[in-house]
Design a protein around this ligand. Structure first.
Ligand SMILES: *[C@@H]1O[C@H](CO)[C@@H](O)[C@H](O)[C@H]1NC(C)=O
Ligand SMILES: *[C@@H]1O[C@H](CO)[C@@H](O)[C@H](O)[C@H]1NC(C)=O
Ligand SMILES: *[C@@H]1O[C@H](CO)[C@@H](O)[C@H](O)[C@H]1NC(C)=O
Length: 191
């Protein structure tokens, strides 16, 4: 029955749309985010119907898994940083307005996620545990073990880490200045 085909096709499309909306509204990734579980990104990708080339799988999951598998390259402080940053990045997404909006696009998720990187890095001790590790151990791990590809995301991520590191210098100077002011105000060390 030729004439029935468009009707069936339309019904299938409508059914798929309804199912997709359902997926978007009901998929709950928050427990995975609380645990810093890398499969959070699979959940996020499903929730927003992203492709394998979008942020959740192409960047988020990929680097989450890579940090986890290369964790032993890092110092103890670096390993704590990895755990805490992974959770911070996921929870930033879950706590954002985008997460609760069914119309959020995968590109919007990408922009938001990249913007949340520097704060999560810094709040969890990037300027000390990562930047100041002995013999640059942790920076070497990031360069040699994590961002080994030469793709667009990697270039963006390395640029961002460099800029984040640059923003540390003022914090480190502030820290040294505070330390100096402490010793200046102490009678024993008066100049
Ligand atoms: C998602 O799950 C968390 C606990 O895992 C729960 O607290 C929260 O209310 C759930 N959110 C929705 C929208 O169901
Ligand atoms: C999502 O988009 C649809 C269609 O454009 C619209 O009717 C709906 O209000 C939007 N929902 C939200 C939460 O913005
Ligand atoms: C990592 O998170 C744990 C638990 O929230 C906290 O106790 C610890 O101080 C954090 N570590 C760093 C380096 O921020």
């Amino acid at each position: 029955m030729i004439s029935g085909f468009p009707t069936i096709a339309a019904a299938v499309v409508i059914l798929l749309c309804i199912t997709d909306q359902c997926t978007a509204q009901t998929t709950n990734c928050s427990a995975l985010a609380s645990n810093g579980d890398c499969s959070f990104y699979d959940c996020l990708s499903t929730k927003f119907q992203c492709t394998a080339n979008d942020y959740p799988l192409a960047y988020g999951r990929k680097h989450c898994l890579r940090y986890a598998s290369e964790s032993s390259c890092f110092s103890t402080g670096g390993q704590a940083w990895i755990t805490n940053v992974s959770r911070c990045l996921m929870q930033s997404i879950v706590n954002s307005a985008l997460y609760n909006d069914v119309n959020t696009t995968c590109d919007q998720l990408e922009t938001f996620a990249f913007e949340s990187h520097p704060r999560c890095y810094i709040d969890n001790g990037f300027c000390t545990d990562i930047l100041l590790s002995d013999q640059c151990q942790n920076l070497v791990c990031i360069g040699n073990e994590i961002f080994t590809d030469r793709d667009f995301y990697t270039k963006q991520a390395i640029d961002q880490i460099t800029r984040t590191a640059a923003s540390c210098s003022s914090r480190i100077s502030t820290f040294l200045l505070d330390a100096r002011e402490c010793s200046l105000s102490s009678p024993d060390h008066a100049l």
